[in-house]
Ligand binder design. Structure first.
Ligand code: CU
Length: 163
């Protein structure tokens, strides 16, 4: 009985570890995306910015559809922010934590989603909280595709992203 329980627990851990790569595949092909910008084989859309509290960092979420070879998102910047970072969320003893990452890998022929609980872009030192529905200008820098300009749409709380 005890042994069966252990095996079940290991299976769950294994599934969680493989979830990222599987997610890329599952989302290709049947995904609704409002395309806002293209660069080479990349289409970028569904860009949303969430500013929860005046004076606190904002988070940006978006989708990247790559119909070509692998690329990397290496930087992001904005005229509204003094400091923009690429982030990920990780579970640490059951507590969700975020940390900066150097790059976000964009696998070949994949749909990569920056979303709450996963990869996201953080905007620090934003002087004035953008009005709901207003454009938040961003420049995304890809290793191969170069710079891409996009406007994320400022939104409300709406989710549990807790910065
Ligand atoms: Cu973050």
């Amino acid at each position: 009985m005890k042994r069966a329980y252990l095996i079940a627990a290991l299976a769950v851990l294994g599934a969680a570890g493989g979830a990222y790569s599987v997610m890329h595949m599952m989302h290709s092909g049947h995904h609704d995306m409002t395309v806002q910008a293209t660069a080479g084989a990349l289409s970028i859309g569904n860009a949303k910015a969430r500013f929860l509290i005046e004076g606190r960092p904002g988070a940006v979420f978006l989708s990247i559809n790559n119909k070509g070879s692998a690329d990397k998102l290496v930087a992001a910047s904005s005229s509204l922010s003094q400091r923009v970072e690429l982030h990920t969320h990780t579970m640490d003893n059951g507590v969700m934590k975020m940390r900066p990452v150097d790059v976000i890998e964009i696998p070949a022929n994949s749909m990569t989603e920056l979303k709450s609980g996963g990869y996201h872009i953080m905007m620090f030192d934003v002087k004035t909280k953008p009005e709901k529905g207003s454009p938040v200008p961003l420049t995304l820098t890809f290793e191969n595709a170069g710079d891409v300009q996009i406007n994320a749409i400022a939104g409300d709380v709406g989710d549990t992203h807790s910065h």
